[in-house]
Design a binder for this molecule. Structure first.
Ligand code: SAM
Length: 352
């Protein structure tokens, strides 16, 4: 680490910060590369009602033993600890979070924790119609919905039998209930029909959804992780540039997307490019898997198992110290390009 960066890290670690709820924190989570960790992505289940070929291969059976799943009490305890360390954004993910029972109850508990001011959800939306109202009432405001195509047959092919109609109903309900923003996450694929990006884009424009294109990441076993369908978003952008005047956009949201706006409109498109232009230097997040493992990087194996500590009766202070020590081991970056065949977990295990 350079001297300048060391000074930056040391002074940031010493500083006393004002968090959004104006509490005084004596410790922030700053990693060895000067990045402040303020965002936790929490996998509430590794199960999913879909089988997207790049995420959870057909026939996958190695789901976590339910006894090893963090209970809602345990999750609340861990997130409270993160909140006291300056994390203020939590995203519920999975697997498909809506397949876990009583998710709205958990959401209400997390959204009322001190310091947590942003609770969001990633979902495939197939079960959203029936749960949207309860989730909104529980404090979730922002949702991301995975949708890679508007063609029913292709949707069923990509997702291993998913029903596009259910997604559409879920999205409509989400709009009625008031979620804002609603973001559509579209994994781009080499073999997609030529007009697929444009079709999804026009659909999002009509419905006032923010669109984000995502490059496939080689997670899980080669041949089962979609890497053969990898398409650089540079190519997607070049294709769109022929039809639209895309200018740099403003929406940042603290996430990895670089946004463009169609000139003359408010419509924003995010480009999430883990492979063609990684964004690790701005990484502000860690992930907790369904079994309570704290993963420090999506593309590396560095981790700390919190469940065993919780069940062994760790104190709140020691839990916080464990988290602080873990953040000190956060890797600088993933190595998807350098080691494309390195087998890291399937995305559904970590929580995408
Ligand atoms: N079930 C929820 C959903 O559908 O959004 C949340 C979990 S899913 C794992 C979260 C996101 O990860 C989705 O947008 C999905 O497209 C993305 N994803 C899964 N596997 C991926 C891969 N190999 N490369 C890139 N994105 C992936």
């Amino acid at each position: 680490m350079s001297d300048a960066r060391k000074t930056n890290v040391e002074s940031a670690q010493k500083s006393v910060s004002m968090k959004p709820d104006n509490r005084q924190l004596d410790q922030k989570l700053i990693d060895p590369f000067g990045r402040q960790i303020e965002y936790v992505r929490l996998s509430v289940t590794d199960k999913c009602n879909l089988r997207c070929f790049y995420c959870l291969p057909k026939g996958f059976k190695s789901f976590e033993n339910p006894a090893n799943r963090l209970s809602y009490d345990e999750i609340e305890r861990v997130i409270r600890a993160f909140g006291e360390l300056g994390v203020h954004r939590i995203r519920l993910t999975g697997g498909e979070p809506l397949v876990r029972k009583n998710l709205a109850q958990l959401s209400a508990r997390l959204s009322s924790l001190p310091g947590i001011d942003d609770l969001s959800l990633s979902t495939n939306a197939t079960l959203l119609e029936g749960q949207a109202e309860a989730l909104y009432a529980a404090g979730i405001r922002r949702i991301n919905v995975s949708l890679d195509t508007l063609d029913q047959c292709r949707y069923a092919e990509i997702t291993g039998g998913g029903k596009l109609d259910a997604v559409m109903q879920g999205l409509q309900k989400a709009r009625e209930v008031g979620f804002n923003p609603i973001k559509i996450n579209m994994v781009v694929m080499k073999d997609a029909p030529v007009d697929e990006h444009q079709r999804v884009m026009e659909y999002c424009m009509r419905h006032d959804f923010t669109l984000r294109f995502i490059e496939t990441m080689p997670m899980g076993l080669p041949g089962q992780n979609g890497s053969e369908q990898y398409l650089s978003l540079k190519k997607v952008k070049q294709g769109l540039d022929r039809h639209y005047d895309l200018v740099p956009g403003l929406m940042t949201g603290g996430g990895p997307a670089r946004y463009y706006r169609i000139n003359g409109t408010d419509f924003q498109i995010g480009f999430i490019t883990p492979i063609s232009q990684h964004f690790c230097e701005t990484c502000n997040r860690v992930r907790i898997s369904v079994d309570g493992t704290l993963y420090l990087c999506l593309g590396q194996e560095d981790k700390v198992e919190l469940r065993t500590l919780l069940r062994a009766g760790i104190s709140d202070e020691a839990l916080k110290q464990t988290i602080v020590d873990a953040i000190a081991k956060k890797p600088e970056r993933h190595e998807f390009n350098q080691k494309p065949n390195q087998v890291v977990r399937f995305m559904s295990m970590t929580g995408g």
